[in-house]
Every structure is written in C-alpha cells, then in structure tokens.
Design a protein around this ligand. Structure first.
Ligand SMILES: [Zn+2]
Length: 213
C-alpha cells in the first residue's frame, strides 16, 4: 500500500504560525527537536505536494505540544486548522463549488451533513484512517477511532506518566468549525467531547446544529 504523506501546505501554515507567534528561534528549535532540519532554510511550499509521513506528522504535533505546552499549543493548532481548511478549500474549487451551489438550496443542517460527509472522505484520503459521522437530534458527531493528531501525544503521556488533562485535537476541531461557518454562514460550536489522549476509545467531535450567537 502506498504510504500516506501530509500535504505540504499544512506544514507551511504551521511553521509560519510558530515563527509568527513564538519567534524564529522557537521554530528552529522545534524543527531540530522534531528531526525536520531539512525545513530550516527550505520551508515547505503552500501546495499539496507530499511532505512528511503520517507518523512523522503525529510526532511533530507532539513536539509542538511538548515545547509550547497545552496553553501555548492550543492557539497554534486552532489557527492552523482554520487556515488549512480555508486553503485546502481554495485548492479544490470544483469539489466545493459544485457542493456550494447546491448547498444554498438546502436547510442548514443538511448543508452541514453534506460538508461533514465530504470532510470524512477527505480525512480518510489524507490519513488512511476511518472517519465516521453520527447524527442526533441536536448535533452531529464526527468520530475518529484512530487519530493522527493525538497518537504520539497519547503515547508520550503514557510513557512519561504525565497524563493529559484536556482534549488536544484542536486542529480537526478548528477545521470542522471553519467548514461549518463556510457552509452555513454562521458559527457552530465544535467540542472535542472525547479524546484518545484522555483514554477514550476514539476522538469524538460534537458539532452543534444550532448556530452560536
Ligand atoms: Zn485525537
């Protein structure tokens, strides 16, 4: 089976954010610690060319979490997720424009469902792991039984006996939030209600059908 590789633009966005929010020195330290020195003087392009493998990506996120802590890494992950969602959508005008045209005719929760199904498909294509959608009266749950975002954070927390206190998968939560806002024109809360890093069997993202004020 062909090895999955992360689209370069995700790294481009994350590295730029670390540089901007934490300083160039921090970026160089991060790249050294994560064994990604090749990017120090040669940043990844803002396109979908293949970059690092999925396990390397999991390790990079664990290094970001370790260096900047739960509080410092959260805004990096959240901003990075929103920016990556917007960028990826622009790279796939046909996929989303066709959906977008039809979307306008549908009630908001139907639009949300279609876009969430599309996100599950894209997540499976990028990471090669299952992404499941469940629907309830007032919310959707997007469920990831294998999660590249917290895989390495969870492993390290177990190894060092330093448990993770709060969910850590802010990137997918932000991607979902950005896509819901795009699809409906309104904000919808997205909460990671279960996280593998906290001992759950799957990472579960709860998307409210009701728009937030
Ligand atoms: Zn996770």
């Amino acid at each position: 089976m062909e090895e999955k590789r992360i689209p370069a633009l995700i790294l481009n966005i994350l590295f730029n954010l670390v540089d901007e929010m934490m300083g160039h020195h921090s970026l160089v330290m991060l790249l050294r610690q994560a064994g990604l020195e090749q990017y120090i003087n040669n940043p990844p392009p803002l396109d979908e060319s293949p970059s690092i493998t999925v396990p390397e990506y999991s390790r990079l996120l664990a290094h970001i979490y370790e260096i900047f802590g739960p509080r410092g890494s959260k805004p990096l992950f959240s901003r990075g997720g929103r920016m990556a969602a917007a960028e990826l959508r622009q790279h796939h005008p046909t996929r989303f424009t066709v959906a977008g045209t039809a979307l306008k005719l549908l009630p908001p929760h139907k639009r949300m469902q279609i876009v969430l199904e599309q996100l599950c498909k894209e997540g499976e294509a990028v990471y090669g792991t299952p992404h499941l959608l469940e629907e309830n009266d007032s919310y959707f749950d997007l469920v990831m039984p294998v999660c590249p975002y917290c895989a390495e954070i969870a492993t390290r927390a177990n190894a060092t006996k330093q448990p993770v206190i709060r969910p850590v998968c802010h990137i997918p939560a932000a991607v979902i939030g950005e896509m819901m806002q795009w699809a409906t024109g309104e904000k919808h809360s997205v909460q990671e209600v279960e996280c593998i890093a906290l001992g759950a069997r799957a990472c579960r993202f709860r998307v409210s059908k009701e728009a937030s004020p």
